[in-house]
Design a protein around this ligand. Structure first.
Ligand code: ACO
Length: 337
């Protein structure tokens, strides 16, 4: 028996306002047919002007903490994954901490984009397994909508992204490595910075010359995301399949042993391709991209909460998760829910 971590509470929140593909047709020369065929996305939630990333995170976190049967002051660390922070600095984890009213705990912000939640889960697992922390709040939250080019010029990227938040509480548990009780079994984290500019936002940035930000950068659209969609697609399929197999092999888990696959949601076709490559029955993959779009770091905990609410994810189930995103970064994890 030794200390492991387990997911003890789950929460999520999306802003109420829904934008369908038809709403986007009115903003940027696109069609519902194009978006559905290429990505599977039918709608996404976008915030109003007064809502920030930490606001969405707060709602998801409160639910996760209550679901764990804990009070805010029981949390001894926050790991906040986002690519769309409230401000440049400090990290959004500190703003969330203030909103939760908990003082003197450790707070991390991590910047691994679509892979952020699995990096956060792995980080929390390691702190808890070391014995130094007991209840870690891992949050993925994004407000993409305020950083997208919503004119025809931005359509290739802007139709893909939605706002939302998902949170889990991870708590210490003492179990055998092979136990079927709830615990994180393994995680694998990867990155390859030689692809950093295939999916990125360049400005503001200290690598751009004398100014972090100026009018010329805005005129060139450098403050909006730029993506080489085809390169992302090909690498996502390859790397998600690869890392998932690594985690499975480490634990002696066969694909057919897994009860539910919680994959990052960048494109329905990416997940279908991964399913095809690994021979995963499509009904074992819980997809949410149709209604949320790509919510990057929020995607996996948001999907986890929806799967629980839909009765598809139950305590004791064997879950495999994989993600791929900007960096490039990719990761996988296997756990007993
Ligand atoms: N509506 C209508 N037409 C469009 C749109 C749009 N929203 N966007 C692009 N087009 C047009 C293009 O202009 C192009 O027209 P052309 O043939 O006349 O030149 C045509 O559609 C095809 O464009 P492509 O970019 O070649 O389309 P592709 O088949 O590659 O699909 C897509 C694009 C859906 C983005 C795909 O490449 C993809 O899903 N890639 C992965 C994206 C992804 O996963 N991104 C998130 C990563 S996660 C993260 O970390 C943030």
């Amino acid at each position: 028996m030794k200390i492991h971590s387990r997911i003890s509470g789950v929460g999520s929140f999306v802003p109420p306002k829904v934008y369908t593909n038809h709403d986007l047709e009115k903003m940027m020369d696109t069609t519902d047919e194009w978006i559905v065929q290429r990505t599977g996305i039918e709608q996404r939630h976008w915030v109003d002007e007064n809502t920030s990333t930490s606001d969405l995170a707060l709602e998801a976190s409160k639910q996760a903490i209550a679901d764990a049967g804990l009070a805010n002051e029981d949390i001894d660390m926050i790991v906040f994954a986002t690519l769309s922070p409230d401000h440049d600095f400090p990290g959004t984890g500190c703003f969330l901490q203030e909103k939760l009213g908990v003082s003197d705990i450790s707070v991390f912000d991590i910047r691994q984009q679509c892979t952020g939640f699995l990096y956060g889960l792995s980080l929390a697992d390691k702190f808890i397994s070391s014995g130094s922390h007991k209840n870690v709040l891992v949050v993925g939250a994004e407000v993409h909508s305020k950083g997208l080019d919503k004119t025809p010029r931005g359509r290739a990227v802007s139709v893909l992204f939605g706002d939302g938040a998902g949170a889990v509480v991870m708590s210490a548990t003492t179990v055998d490595d092979k136990s079927k009780d709830s615990h994180i079994m393994t995680s694998n984290l990867h990155a390859d910075g030689s692809f950093a500019k295939e999916l990125w936002v360049a400005a503001p940035g200290n690598a751009l010359g004398p100014d972090r930000m100026n009018q010329a950068m805005i005129d060139e659209n450098l403050h909006f995301p730029q993506m080489n969609g085809k390169t992302v697609f090909v690498h996502a399929v390859k790397r998600m399949a690869e890392t998932l197999m690594k985690s499975c092999a480490e634990q002696g888990v066969k694909i057919e042993d897994v009860d539910l696959f919680l994959f990052h949601q960048a494109n329905l076709r990416i997940n279908s391709k991964v399913a095809e490559v690994l021979n995963i029955p499509e009904e074992k993959i819980f997809n949410t991209i149709q209604k949320y779009g790509n919510t990057t770091a929020a995607t996996i905990p948001l999907g986890m909460h929806d799967a629980i609410k839909a009765g598809k994810l139950k305590p004791g189930m064997l879950v495999a998760s994989a993600a791929f995103g900007s960096g490039f970064t990719w990761a996988s994890a296997i756990w007993r829910q």
